[in-house]
Design a protein around this ligand. Structure first.
Ligand code: VGL
Length: 183
């Protein structure tokens, strides 16, 4: 079986972009880079934070990405035509759902295995939360994981959080790359 690479776009949703409920600084700036990346991959997955309005997650965070709201929609400029799979996470009341591997609508590992995916390339929002959690789970599940550093942005509740997250991912075995090196 031929080994395949896949792209995972994490939480490229309105609420994480400027103007949204939990805006990541410059979160929208990565959309054109991601749209270019989409043309380079045979398999494309994208996660969505998809919370119930009474989620425990909102004890820590402002209410964001409530299921079936505009805030939970993908950013309007994201090219969604080639997305093969949308992963919904944080869908239960007690469920934070930081990692795309916690998606409740599908077994993501199984989905990747059935497509012979060995290498997972990760981009999106936010570096220090859902991107990090997804990358670390992907390593644990045995994938070769590549973080596309110019196609992520962080929340940075404290300055340096994103930098620390990138170094944690690197130390776990994630390769840090630039989108220019892909293709
Ligand atoms: C995220 C904080 C809270 C993320 C989600 O997508 O990284 N961050 N919920």
């Amino acid at each position: 079986m031929k080994k395949t690479k896949a792209l995972l776009i994490v939480d490229m949703q309105n609420d994480f972009c400027p103007g949204g409920a939990l805006a990541v600084p410059e979160g929208d700036k990565i959309v054109p880079i991601i749209n270019k990346l989409i043309t380079e991959f045979p398999v494309i997955s994208a996660s969505k934070d998809w919370h119930p309005p009474d989620s425990v997650h909102f004890q820590k965070w402002p209410v964001h990405c409530v299921a079936d709201t505009t805030g939970a929609d993908f950013h309007s400029e994201l090219d969604t035509n080639s997305i093969d799979l949308v992963l919904l996470k944080g869908t239960f009341n007690k469920d934070n759902g930081y990692s795309a591997f916690e998606a409740t609508n599908i077994d993501f590992v199984h989905w990747l295995h059935t497509r012979n995916v060995t290498d997972l390339f990760v981009c999106g929002l936010a570096t220090d939360y859902c991107v990090k959690a997804s990358c670390l789970d992907a390593v644990r599940e045995g994938f070769h994981v590549f973080l596309i550093e110019n196609a992520i942005r962080g929340v940075d509740l404290q300055s340096g959080d994103s930098e620390k997250a990138i170094s944690d991912m690197y130390n776990a075995g994630v390769k840090i790359i630039d989108s220019e090196g892909i293709g």
